[in-house]
Design a protein around this ligand. Structure first.
Ligand SMILES: [Fe+2]
Length: 303
């Protein structure tokens, strides 16, 4: 278990009004200057949206569209498709946008985890061993395995394991039912990060997520959970240093995060949330190139 540490909330929140709304969870209120945004204008990428979906799962944007959107906004991006690694590896292979191999997996208790890998080879191996043989088109985002088993399997690799949207509504809420609470308790030791801000969740839910993150002393992440091209970059994290695909994993692991940023209106928030709920309820058609992984050079560096 990691050592408890209390972080100044202002360090992570970029929006003053949001920080004020969440005052009861944190003190003191210190809003840090928008240093990372100034740096972005100068050169390099300092900002990353760590939670984006594409057509490889239930999103509507292609990898190319995600890449173009990120280039136009000068941000990095982690493609975290449900039980699918190919989109993430395609973005990495194109070498234009800072990214790391990542995936969102769901357990039989209907709790999800974001897994970030240091090496693409390990991401491929994890996907082939644990995900591909058992995933299904119907209720595609959940696997018939328990959360603690999946987290244990992922922690055998060089990974960062993140609990996304812990207090979002419906099946995404970890407090929803005794079984979920029990399995989350068993999985806590494997968690490196907690998604402290998710664009589809309410401010109240995000405040609770950040509080949980600080109480447990985990690294805070943030992402748009975008399922459409228009919602990419609605939220994410700013770094003190310039990030590339080579140093992004270590920048997160070493907590080089300067703050959480969010860039959303009520309309965009509602549209993003509705799309997420609708897309989750339909069956997915796996119509992408199944041979993509075998085209990549495959060398394994398992710990
Ligand atoms: Fe997601």
């Amino acid at each position: 278990m990691k050592k408890f540490h209390w972080t100044k909330p202002g360090k992570y929140f970029s929006n003053k009004s949001l920080a004020q709304k969440t005052r009861r969870f944190f003190h003191p209120q210190t809003i840090y200057p928008d240093a990372a945004a100034d740096k972005t204008l100068k050169s390099g990428v300092f900002r990353v949206d760590t939670h984006v979906h594409t057509r490889f799962s239930d999103g509507s944007a292609t990898v190319q569209q995600v890449e173009n959107a990120c280039l136009s906004m000068n941000i990095g991006c982690c493609i975290t498709d449900h039980n699918e690694i190919r989109g993430s590896l395609m973005l990495l292979d194109q070498m234009k946008v800072p990214t790391i191999p990542s995936i969102e997996i769901g357990s039989k208790e209907q709790i999800e985890l974001l897994i970030f890998f240091r090496h693409p080879e390990e991401a491929e191996d994890f996907f082939r061993q644990y995900i591909e043989p058992i995933r299904r088109n119907y209720r595609f985002s959940f696997l018939p395995l328990s959360l603690d088993y999946l987290a244990e399997a992922a922690s055998e690799y060089d990974t960062l394991i993140c609990l996304p949207h812990p207090f979002a509504p419906f099946w995404k809420n970890i407090e929803y039912g005794k079984k979920r609470r029990e399995v989350i308790f068993r999985t806590l030791n494997h968690l490196d990060c907690i998604e402290a801000y998710n664009s589809t969740a309410t401010h109240k839910a995000n405040s609770k997520s950040l509080a949980l993150c600080q109480i447990l002393g985990r690294i805070p992440l943030a992402g748009s959970d975008s399922h459409a091209i228009t919602t990419i970059g609605m939220a994410g994290i700013d770094f003190f240093n310039r990030v590339t695909s080579d140093n992004l994993f270590d920048s997160i692991k070493n907590d080089q995060i300067s703050r959480i940023f969010e860039n959303e209106t009520k309309l965009r928030h509602v549209s993003n949330t509705c799309r997420l709920v609708l897309n989750h309820s339909k069956n997915i058609v796996m119509n992408h190139d199944p041979s993509y992984l075998s085209k990549r050079k495959f060398t394994l560096h398992k710990r």
